[in-house]
Ligand binder design. Sequence first.
Ligand code: CU
Length: 138
Amino acid sequence: MPALLAGAALCLVCGACAGAPTLRVEDAWVRSVPAGQTTAGYLTLVNGTADTVTLVGVDAPIADEVQMHETTRVAGRALMRAVPRFVVAPRARLRFAPGGNHLMLVRARAALADGDATELTLRFADGRALQVAARVRP
Ligand SMILES: [Cu+2]
């Protein structure tokens, strides 16, 4: 019985933490790259709100251009193609991860070395923007 009560108390605490619905980014990172080359970025967008959000682009001051790509399998081969927007349902997550959706950071304006941090800004259809720090790693 004491264990049950403790569990109930924990749930209340969790509920309080999750009280503020937010749109946030987890685990943003960019693969290290020499200057002038193209690299990839990854992150998880967490839509903790009750609204659908539409991601329409990402900006990175380190790159000439950023494209959002998805990876599809055609006849056993992985092909990537640019996607203009990603729609994220309420309380859903959108993952950019190796082998799947990813950000292409075209022509790095400076070298990105392991341990650096770089900035990414996510832009949404409603005009909102979300700026995050991405770790650089191999
Ligand atoms: Cu790509």
